[in-house]
Ligand binder design. Structure first.
Ligand SMILES: Cc1cc2nc3c(=O)[nH]c(=O)nc-3n(C[C@H](O)[C@H](O)[C@H](O)COP(=O)(O)OP(=O)(O)OC[C@H]3O[C@@H](n4cnc5c(N)ncnc54)[C@H](O)[C@@H]3O)c2cc1C
Length: 406
């Protein structure tokens, strides 16, 4: 049997390749450069560790609290806890060089072949697909014959381009890893921070995600402001000046994130997963879990359909994805526009984060990836709080009363 070709051996590609290899399907992972570290905040929900059987050694730090800072520096502290509390209530902070290489090696251990090279061309015919790639070492052009292709090659997906698909709208995210003196690091011992405000991100948010020996400070912003990314990061560092004093920049990293999922992710003999399919969540920029989940789902669809790799067979992946997650994506697209629309709305968003029902439901769905039905009393409480915050921040400011002149 001809192998399945997986383009890109990061979180999504390695998960797809491992799923295929475990099912006995021959698979080749083609990765442009295994030494490159994927720019990333590295926040991963606990469900990923259970679902993909990941060891805790991949976690650089577990955090149990989140701080949300409004544009006017009002701060809300939130405990990381779902609807029913458990020991599994945390956010895992991971370093991608460790995380990705573990997944890649595990796929190889299960039988996937790893080739270092850059995909440059795909030619589909009735019997399969011929892929051309440039070897990483030496640059020789090589070809490989495959039964089908999974495009796991990220936000600038060559696979998507070669399938004739348009670019997705992208935001840009930039971060610095900063090593801090131990006394300063204590500030982030058990906390990840989100910062809102036009000066750090006019349309998304900025973050401080601690790892074992450093804190990753970053900002994300949409296409309208992407040229200002460095300036926004500098503003964030100014805002955190006292907390970062004495720090040493270890690494600066930047990359694009897709802002919109592709309507179609399955084609004749080809599927797209992860960032290549635009499966990042708008509100949070979360993409690691979704790349792994889509990689697994796409590979399982292939395993169930092979040797049939027709469009009808592969579309099952796409249908299953949208049936499971369509509502969640639509809600979060709306939430991003509503919550990060302008500085006043960011203040309303911060107030909304004070509501305990909002906190529990947000972390329940983040940590466990389940859409939980909301009890009616909680719905009433949340709606009332949101309306009150909306009114508070949009009412004209009251003037100080002047004493009447006699
Ligand atoms: C600054 C920043 C912070 C982020 N923070 C978080 C976070 O905290 N939590 C979270 O969940 N998500 C975060 N994300 C998003 C997350 O990084 C991505 O959603 C995730 O990495 C997508 O995985 P993927 O496997 O689809 O693609 P990628 O991880 O982008 O991997 C694509 C792979 O394909 C390879 N490739 C590309 N082109 C070719 C080619 N032509 N031939 C061969 N190989 C190729 C690349 O080298 C790469 O290894 C962040 C993103 C950025 C930019």
């Amino acid at each position: 049997m001809e192998p399945v070709l997986v383009v890109g051996a990061s979180v999504g590609g390695a998960t797809a390749a491992e799923t295929l290899a475990r099912a006995g399907v021959p698979v080749v992972m083609l990765e442009r450069d295994t030494s490159r570290i994927k720019p990333c905040g590295g926040a991963v929900p606990p469900v990923a560790f259970d679902e993909f059987d990941l060891p805790e050694s991949l976690i650089a730090r577990k955090v149990h609290h989140a701080l949300v800072h409004s544009p006017s520096e009002r701060t809300v502290e939130i405990e990381v806890a779902g609807i029913s509390r458990s020991n599994d209530d945390y956010i895992a902070m991971c370093c991608r060089e460790v995380f990705d290489s573990y997944l890649r090696q595990r796929a190889v251990q299960h039988g996937a072949t790893l080739i270092e090279g850059q995909l440059t061309d795909l030619v589909f015919d009735g019997a399969g697909v011929t892929a051309t790639f440039r070897e990483r070492f030496g640059g020789a052009r090589q070809q490989i014959r495959a039964s089908a292709v999974i495009g796991a090659d990220g936000a600038y997906s060559t696979t998507a381009k070669l399938l004739g698909l348009p670019n997705l709208p992208r935001c840009v995210a930039i971060q610095e890893r900063i090593r801090l003196p131990a006394a300063k690091m204590a500030r982030w011992e058990d906390t990840a921070d989100l910062y809102l405000g036009a000066e750090v991100s006019p349309d998304l948010y900025a973050w401080a995600f601690p790892k074992s020996d450093h804190v990753a400070i970053g900002i994300g912003t949409g296409p309208a402001h992407s040229k200002r990314a460095r300036e926004l990061l500098a503003n964030l560092k100014r805002r955190l000046h006292a907390d970062l004093e004495g720090g040493e920049v270890l690494l600066e990293e930047a990359h694009a994130l897709p802002m919109q999922p592709r309507q179609h992710m399955a084609f004749e003999r080809a599927m797209l997963i992860g960032d290549a399919a635009g499966l990042v969540v708008n509100t949070s920029g979360e993409g690691i879990y979704w790349a792994m989940k889509s990689g697994k789902m796409a590979a399982e669809t292939l395993v169930a359909s092979l040797p049939d790799v027709s469009l009808a067979a592969l579309r099952r992946y796409e249908r299953q994805w949208w049936k499971s997650y369509g509502t969640m994506y639509r809600f979060l697209v709306w939430l991003q526009k509503w919550g990060y629309g302008n500085p006043r709305q960011m203040e309303v968003f911060t107030d909304m984060c004070r509501n305990q029902d909002v906190q529990r439901l947000t972390f329940e769905s983040y940590m466990h990836k389940t859409m939980t039905p909301v009890p009616w009393l909680a719905q009433v409480r949340m709606t009332a709080d949101i309306i009150a915050a909306q009114v508070r921040h949009y009412l004209p400011r009251r003037r100080t009363q002047q004493p009447a002149v006699a």
